[in-house]
Design a protein around this ligand. Structure first.
Ligand code: SF4
Length: 296
């Protein structure tokens, strides 16, 4: 500031200081950096999610990306440890400022899971119907406090008509039980209800066509916590294109529920070194739900 104005500005600042109004000229950047992330849990001594090997000293994001399933792999830069994450990482930024898909989806008075299933019927609304064996609607407690959302059925799910029943499903069951819950205590569903061929990711038009049923399911259950398993579920509900590592483990609001995203169990099967990170996320969910870890 040029010198003729400086004494005048200093006088105003001193006047404001005497009135207790100093926050208005604080450096906002340093202030936001000082905000603690919500619901931080202490790092666990170990993960109860099965055999989580000690991360090798040379473990790196590049190594993780090279072994990840293409369907469930985070973006290449998406596997950093939380320690490597910027301290003031912002929560997810919606892709557009307009209504979210969820808000845009019509809310149906007194909706219920049986009614939603009935409305789906023998659905042919998108091309995924052509190769499916069964529609995989969802399973669990219709009044659950906790809902897990994956991306879509795989082979075993398609055959059995139930979500998360293959190897990844068994790991999800272990995760649920480690939280002192039973599978039937929670609700489990997917973004799309029919299996994408060759286990590929659901495509944009398929997600757009099927996800209103997911929104209705979440609306009907109205859980306290929604846990998104993998990027597809999180990006669909949050209407973002950001990689999951940008917001994994952070709490966000979703239409009255608390939403958190973590890695998909199929990703953990290929990258067991990520299990402790997922356990930290689940501990945050447990803190909100007032759960204690299962005694082993
Ligand atoms: Fe219908 Fe959803 Fe199956 Fe597509 S994925 S056919 S919209 S139930």
């Amino acid at each position: 500031m040029d010198s003729p104005k400086r004494p005048r500005a200093e006088a105003w600042l001193q006047y404001a200081d005497e009135l207790g109004l100093t926050p208005f000229f604080r450096d906002r950047a340093s202030e936001s950096a000082a905000i603690d992330p919500p619901l931080q849990s202490p790092a666990p001594a170990s993960s109860p999610l099965g055999a989580a090997p000690q991360p090798p000293a040379a473990y790196s994001a590049a190594a993780a990306a090279s072994t990840a399933s293409p369907r469930h792999a985070p973006a290449p830069a998406a596997v950093p440890s939380r320690a490597a994450k910027p301290a003031a990482a912002s929560p997810v930024v919606p892709a557009s400022p307009g209504l979210s898909l969820f808000e845009a989806a019509e809310r149906i008075e007194a909706d219920s899971l049986p009614r939603i299933r009935e409305d789906i019927g023998d659905c042919t609304r998108c091309k995924l119907h052509k190769s499916r064996t069964n529609i995989v609607f969802g399973v669990g407690n219709p009044k659950a406090s906790l809902v897990f959302v994956g991306e879509g059925p795989g082979h075993d799910e398609d055959v059995q008509g139930e979500p998360f029943v293959g190897r990844a499903g068994k790991l999800l069951t272990q995760m649920i039980e480690a939280m002192s819950l039973r599978r039937e205590d929670v609700y489990i569903c997917n973004v799309v209800k029919c299996r994408p061929p060759e286990n590929r990711l659901p495509e944009r038009d398929e997600i757009a066509t099927c996800s209103p049923f997911l929104f209705r399911q979440l609306d009907a259950i109205s859980p306290k916590v929604i846990c998104c398993l993998g990027a597809c579920a999180a990006q669909t509900l949050l209407q973002t294109t950001q990689g999951i590592s940008r917001f994994r483990g952070e709490w966000m609001d979703f239409r009255g529920s608390k939403l958190i995203a973590t890695y998909h169990p199929a990703y953990l099967l290929r990258n067991p070194a990520a299990k402790p990170e997922v356990w930290k996320d689940l501990q945050k969910v447990m803190a909100v739900l007032g759960l204690q870890p299962r005694r082993r």
